[in-house]
Design a protein around this ligand. Structure first.
Ligand code: ITT
Length: 203
């Protein structure tokens, strides 16, 4: 197998940590925004996670000329009709923090009863290999929104996302534990297969 250079089309350090952890044993050199000058911020104008993942990977692949992986992810809350969805990172408005988003979510859900708080995380990963070839995979994690923050690890909505099979929120899990059950972990497992197939075709 040859060594592949793969760029991560994200400015989100938390995603970079999780993605690197799950790809670390592959013969892949991972490059991030820190390895390039003037790494562009690709505008997310798509209406779906898949469209945005392809937009981000395509934009950065064009900029670097290298194979590029992007993750577009979000939280879909049943009682809120699927919100915040594609707007997950900017739910509480432009420039908002993770804490602002969680406060807004808990406020919006304050009257929603225990049995109606189902939510799912979804992650779509797009890999642009070259101008003619893009592949996408998806992962999901089903859980529920609790009524106050629990745990300090992870990022984003992790402190309010309770994962019943583990009896914990994602913010109460180690990185390995979260990656073994999360939406991103599952999408990356499928992405690993794409990478392995690509490497074997290059031999
Ligand atoms: P890039 O576009 O640069 O990758 P971003 O944070 O803007 O970074 P997205 O547009 O995909 O990424 O938005 C994803 C948001 O969904 C993220 O900011 C969190 O608020 C939330 N999110 C995604 N995955 C999550 C996870 O594993 N745990 C908690 N929150 C998550």
């Amino acid at each position: 197998m040859c060594i592949l250079q793969l760029v991560l089309a994200t400015q989100n350090k938390d995603k970079i940590r999780e993605i690197k952890n799950l790809l670390q044993d592959l013969p892949v050199t991972i490059l991030t925004c820190d390895d390039f000058l003037d790494f562009p911020d690709i505008e997310e104008t798509g209406e779906t996670l898949e469209e945005n993942a392809v937009l981000k990977a395509g934009g950065i692949a064009k900029f670097t000329g290298l194979a590029t992986l992007a993750d577009d992810s979000g939280l879909e809350v049943e009682a809120l009709g699927g919100a915040p969805g594609v707007f997950s990172s900017r739910y509480a408005g432009p420039g908002c923090t993770y804490a602002d988003n969680n406060r807004k979510l808990l406020r919006e859900m304050k009257d929603i009863p225990e049995g109606k708080r189902a939510a799912r995380f979804r992650a779509v990963i797009a890999i642009v290999w070259d101008a003619d070839k893009v592949e996408t995979v998806e992962g999901r994690a089903e859980g529920k929104i609790i009524t106050e923050n629990r745990g300090v690890d992870g990022f984003g909505y992790d402190p309010v996302f309770f994962y019943p099979p583990a009896g914990k929120t994602f913010a109460e899990m180690t990185l390995d534990e979260k990656n073994s059950v999360s939406h991103r972990g599952k999408a990356l497992l499928a992405a690993r297969e794409l990478i392995i197939k690509h490497l074997s075709q290059k031999v």
